[in-house]
Structures are given as C-alpha cells and as structure tokens.
Design a protein around this ligand. Structure first.
Ligand code: EPU
Length: 416
C-alpha cells in the first residue's frame, strides 16, 4: 500500500494551476451518455474517481478515452443498461448514472451504493423524484431496477441534495414537458452540469438559484466543454499554505464560487487578494482562530468538503475555533489523526472544538476519506518532523498527483 511521506516546516511558495473539478466532471461524464454525438471534455481531472466513471461509460457501450486532461466520450453505441455491482461500488457517485442511463434508454439497473466513509448516504430523494417523474422503480436484492420515460412534473426536495438534483436534471432533459425542481441544490457544479447540457441543446433555466426549470428536448448533440476549476482542491492548497506559511498564487481558480471559503480563511489573518482567475495568499505569522462558528451548509454556505482541511490549518492557530458539520453524519473521522499529531480537538456529534496548539508534530496516520486525508497532509506540512499518511487511495480519488503540486510549491512530500 502506498503512503505519503511528508516533512513539515517548509514554507510553500509559487504558482499552481488548479485542476478541473471532480464533482463537475463526474455528472458531466454521466450526462455525456445522453448526447447523440461525441463529447470533448477539457480540464478533465486525472483522478481515480474519473477513471471509475469512464469504466461505467465503457460498460454501457460508450467509448471513453483520455489524452492529458482531455476526455473524449463517444456515446453513440450505448447498448447495455445494467451497471454491475462492482462498478457501482467503486465510487458512491456512480448513482448519478441512474438518471442518465434511464433517460437515454428508458431502462436501467444499478445497485444501492450503500454507506460510505462519511456515514449512511441514502438515495431516498433520488428514487422518490424519479418515481414522480414517471419511472417505475423496484428494489430486488440490493439492485434497483428502473424503467419508464420521464414526463414533466414539479418536485420539491426536502433538502437541496446535490446528487438528487443532478439525477433529476439528467432524467428531465429529454422528458415530455416541463420539470420544475424546488429547493434544488445551488452548488456551482450544478451550474457547470447545466452549462454543459445547454451547450448540447438542453433547455434549462434557473440553475444557481433554488428553482430549476427544465423543458424536455427530443435530443442532445455533442459539444466541446471546459470543466470548471476545482474549488475544493483550491481550498486545500490555500489551507496548506496558510498552515505552513508562505505565498501562493492559484491560477485557473473560480473566485466567486470560492467566496464562502475565502471569507472564512481571511479571518485567520492571511492576506488574500483576487484578480481575474487568480488568488494570491500570503501567510506570514501564526494563524488566528476563527471567532464565528464555522457552520457547513449547502452552497452558498461554507462547504462541507473544505471543513477538514481548514480544521487542520486551525489546529495550530492562536485561540479556539468551533466547527458545526451540518451535511454529513460522520465527517470528523480525521480528528483522531490530527490529535495524534498534537492537535487539541474535541468532536461530539455535529460540533468540533479546536483549541489551537503551539506546534503540531509528525506522526504515522491513515487517511479515512478523501478530504480527511487531505487534512492530514495539511497538518503534516505545518508540523515539526516527518509524518507518513497511509490510505492514500482516498486522496487520489480527488487530487491530481498531490505530491507533485506540493513539491512544485517547495514542500517536502513524496509517495513511497
Ligand atoms: N441525502 C439523503 N437522501 C438522499 C440524498 C442525500 O438523506 O436521497 C443526505 C445525505 O446523506 C447527506 C446530505 O443529504 O447527509 C447531502 O447529500 P448530497 O446528496 O447533497 O451529497 P452528494 O450528492 O452525495 C455531493 C458531493 C460531495 C459533497 C456533497 C455536499 C459529488 C460527487 N459529491 O455528494 O463531495 O460533499 O455533494 O456538497 O458531487 C467530496 O468531494 O469529497 C464529496 C464527498
């Protein structure tokens, strides 16, 4: 099993171009299934989750190939509608293929993705919405067997679920009539998915707000599309620099979409300036704790995916910061590893109280999930001495060669 070996204490300096967004690339790859022609995706991040999505596409009969950060998807020969359990289990977000395969072919068999490292992740809202849109859905021995053609309807989500919003959009683009999603997720990646679908000929309005209106069109064509930058990878590299000290310029970033994170990070005393698609951050002295409680919320609130990396940076800040995790039940699994590195953090239920310590020290820790693993790297870069982080397959799901990016900035990190 591979590990990252990280020696902390070096300041990070330099310029880094952000990778394309994982959480945009995955639904857009699923959406490509709905097109009648070839799709070219630029800035497609090279990640294990993206390769898992490409295996699902291949299994349905789509041809999917990569050259650098360009993915070419040819969906003309879709023939298979049941996605094997092994492929479904490779990543939780495989469930977004349900709306796409069903929309394209009128039938689809997938598996219940089950719980994951963030706790139980039910799909009740996905199923209720698709049923309301006309799908017949049966659950047999862990398999979900769906058939039917979508018709327009009004759906009010009880929570603005990102995945459920994506599945509804994917099923609705070729529906008969108008679909309205109330209390839709407003995440930037939803807008990116809709931007892609519009470029392919879909009729979608209101994305970015809480009501999305989709008028079904008979078919979609292909297009070339640039996937948006990864705001969570951006938050991670900024947190690393804030924690280790130094100066970084992130290029190819998305400032408006990162605002909910940047406005909190600024309270730690770092200097942050933005211009065009560039974010400059300088971290000179010890970080200050964040005074207000950091509450994770659906966009445009503070993103749950950035909770762990910011917590790692605040572990050695001056003063006490308090986090409230409102999206997932089990999203403090990185805390034990941070405590092993000398942090003083108490996590009970939704709340984590982080009392800043003077210094963190290196330790052998194991990544528990994608963002939790990234948090361990943030802490290790700021710590005295050497750390090893195992379980890095979690980190590879969402960060393109993190060790190369850190080394480019002058950090001491290698894969062994
Ligand atoms: N939920 C339900 N029922 C449902 C759907 C969701 O109870 O039918 C609950 C979930 O259990 C969770 C909450 O609603 O407690 C939010 O889930 P949501 O559906 O919004 O999240 P998701 O679509 O499963 C995506 C991202 C996550 C990100 C969340 C929240 C992708 C591939 N994944 O997950 O990203 O944390 O939205 O913003 O887009 C990550 O990148 O590390 C990651 C976990």
């Amino acid at each position: 099993m591979q590990k990252f070996i990280i020696t902390g204490g070096r300041k990070l300096r330099g310029e880094l171009a952000l990778q394309g967004s994982k959480n945009s690339a995955l639904p857009i790859m699923a959406a490509s299934l709905l097109c009648g022609e070839e799709v070219v995706l630029k800035s497609c991040p090279r990640l294990t989750d993206v390769y898992a999505a490409s295996r699902i596409l291949n299994c349905t009969g789509c041809k999917c190939s990569f050259s650098g950060s360009t993915a070419v998807i040819d969906p003309r020969d879709v023939s298979r509608t049941d996605i094997p359990e092994t492929l479904m289990h490779e990543m939780r977000s495989s469930i977004i293929f349900m709306g796409a395969v069903l929309g394209r072919t009128g039938e689809c068999t997938v598996s219940i993705p089950g719980g994951c490292e963030l706790g139980p992740r039910p799909i009740d809202m996905h199923l209720a919405a698709l049923r309301k849109m006309g799908a017949d859905i049966r659950e047999e021995h862990g398999r979900i067997i769906c058939s039917g053609k979508a018709h327009g309807t009004k759906i009010s989500l009880t929570f603005p679920s990102v995945g459920a919003t994506e599945n509804i959009i994917l099923f609705a683009v070729n529906a008969d009539g108008e679909t309205v999603i109330n209390n839709a997720a407003r995440e930037p990646e939803i807008c990116d998915l809709c931007g892609f679908l519009r470029k392919c000929g879909a009729d979608i309005k209101g994305d970015g707000g809480s009501s999305i209106i989709i008028n079904g069109v008979p078919k979609l064509h292909g297009c070339e599309y640039n996937i948006m930058p990864d705001r969570i990878a951006g938050a991670t590299y900024l947190s690393m620099t804030a924690a280790a000290g130094g100066e970084i310029i992130l290029t190819n970033s998305c400032i408006t979409e990162m605002e909910p994170f940047l406005s909190v990070l600024e309270q730690t005393g770092c200097s942050i300036m933005t211009c065009g698609d560039r974010i400059y951050l300088r971290s000179g002295s010890r970080l200050k704790a964040v005074k207000e409680r950091i509450r994770t919320m659906p966009h445009p609130g503070f993103p749950t995916d950035a909770q762990a990396v910011l917590m790692a940076a605040l572990a050695a800040a001056e003063g006490t910061s308090v986090f409230e995790e409102n999206i997932f039940d089990c999203r403090y699994r990185h805390v034990d590893a941070l405590v092993k590195m000398g942090a003083d953090i108490q996590a009970v239920g939704k709340i984590a109280v982080v009392k800043g310590v003077n210094r963190l020290h290196g330790a052998d820790v194991a990544a528990t999930d994608l963002r939790g693993g990234a948090a361990m790297v943030v802490a290790a870069l700021a710590a005295d001495g050497t750390s090893s982080v195992s379980g890095i397959h979690h980190i590879d799901r969402g960060y393109e060669k993190m060790e190369d990016a850190v080394r480019l900035l002058g950090g001491d990190m290698r894969r062994s």
